[in-house]
Design a protein around this ligand. Sequence first.
Ligand SMILES: Cc1cc2nc3c(=O)[nH]c(=O)nc-3n(C[C@H](O)[C@H](O)[C@H](O)COP(=O)(O)OP(=O)(O)OC[C@H]3O[C@@H](n4cnc5c(N)ncnc54)[C@H](O)[C@@H]3O)c2cc1C
Length: 538
Amino acid sequence: MSQHYQHDVLVIGSGAAGLTLALTLPEHLRIAVLSKGNLANGSTYWAQGGVAAVLDDMDTVESHVDDTLNAGAGLCREEAVRFTVEHSREAIQWLIDQGVPFTRDDQTAREDGGFEFHLTREGGHSHRRIIHAADATGAAIFKTLLEQARQRTNIELLEQRVAVDLITERKLGLTGQRCLGAYVLNRASGEVDTYGARFVILATGGAAKVYLYTSNPDGACGDGIAMAWRAGCRVGNLEFNQFHPTCLYHPQAKSFLITEALRGEGALLKLPSGERFMQRFDPRAELAPRDIVARAIDHEMKRLGIDCVYLDISHKPAAFVRAHFPTVYERCLDFGIDITRQPIPVVPAAHYTCGGVVVEQTGATDVPGLYAIGETSFTGLHGANRMASNSLLECFVYARSAAADILQQLDRVAMPSRLPTWDASQVTDSDEDVIIAHNWDELRRFMWDYVGIVRTNKRLQRAEHRVRLLLDEIDEFYSNYKVSRDLIELRNLAQVAELMIHSAMQRHESRGLHYTLDYPQQLPEAKDTILAPPTYGD
Ligand SMILES: Cc1cc2nc3c(=O)[nH]c(=O)nc-3n(C[C@H](O)[C@H](O)[C@H](O)COP(=O)(O)OP(=O)(O)OC[C@H]3O[C@@H](n4cnc5c(N)ncnc54)[C@H](O)[C@@H]3O)c2cc1C
């Protein structure tokens, strides 16, 4: 039987953003944190590099702001960038206070209490400003925050709970717009439960799984973006998807990134014939920026109809390769590829969703009582291209800002009265799951081919046509059969895909991560692409 629950705050997502918000709120509030898989299943756990912040005395807010604005190709909202960077130091201090074991730098340990953590430098940053925990920063942060959350009696951590849709006053036919909770599939019982809450937070991560190849874990389906859209929220800049140029291409290797440091140490990109090609695209060849390398690989794959290209470091001494890249070496060896002797098959992979649910500086969306934080949100920080390591920072800064806003409103917001139970009386068990599997594959493949790294008007039109057919088919399926995680995700992916296609169609220029052969130039004026659902402002 389906259950009813009530919490002061319902947090959908247990990554960096969701856990930070839950831990920042006071202990007298009853909080539920949901994850649709196990608690570690978001992108946070897999983040390697670190978190960007102004921590070194030689570094300045101005410099971090400038670097971010430059990376964003004229489209960042300066107030969002400034807000994020100005709050970076206190966000990192909060993480340190929680016990995150950031890598220390013995050389800069100081008696005056100054910063003694090791900082690295990444592409686009003009200073050393990336604080990290070796090369597994996300895992260190996640484990620490989870441990803290487990110690709090007011926080319930609930795994295998898939939010299906938000419950709003408008959907219930009441006067007002407020978000009152969510319907959530409990994967253990198979029932859809009702969660009422005074505040609902979408911390559901990105949507990179809309593409055939992605560096993201399985759950990155844009659920939060799709749910917010259906609830009446605007979305912004969804045409900007960042692709990592080199992800291992192997039928059994899910989402394994081959670090860019390999190219930094002399690895060469080659076609199946062994011929190098990067010098035809950029004088910096393999050392060109991420988006140029990804575009060149995509071009060659489409031109030759090949499944992958190769990254070759076998000309370097084997001992050097093993010492510098132990993780890549071991992981590739697991798949039978000895990188000291063989080239690595690679493809570019969708890595980060720059756009998302439009929010204010508080994380508040267009629907009262509903917040969006982390990768699912569109704050204006990333503009047309995310700068490395700014994304985790955004999770912490905006989660803390949302918590402060919720605190201010607490006295004014009552618990919603009992909400209607999910109606499953008209649906039956599906005996046609092959349709879901087929549509998953079809969607991710046409998004890759037509709405990927290089776009054209024709490709976008084709994609739009196909996504409409899929949406109709999925709607029909959704109305007739019981929901499952796969169906919920497919429905959301198709919705987000449509929004991405429409956003890309509206941009008649090439800027940052959006590159189209029909409009190769950048327009003089930079404008966000904001889409509003039919119900917006009802
Ligand atoms: C391989 C990799 C390396 C990266 N390296 C870095 C880096 O070095 N520095 C950096 O700044 N960024 C990095 N990023 C990006 C960064 O990790 C993410 O942007 C960030 O972790 C997103 O955090 P989040 O809390 O928004 O979402 P996530 O950590 O993705 O968590 C999403 C949560 O939402 C839950 N969820 C989703 N949908 C539902 C639903 N319908 N119902 C219930 N729960 C749901 C999931 O189960 C999960 O718990 C990297 C990303 C990847 C993939």
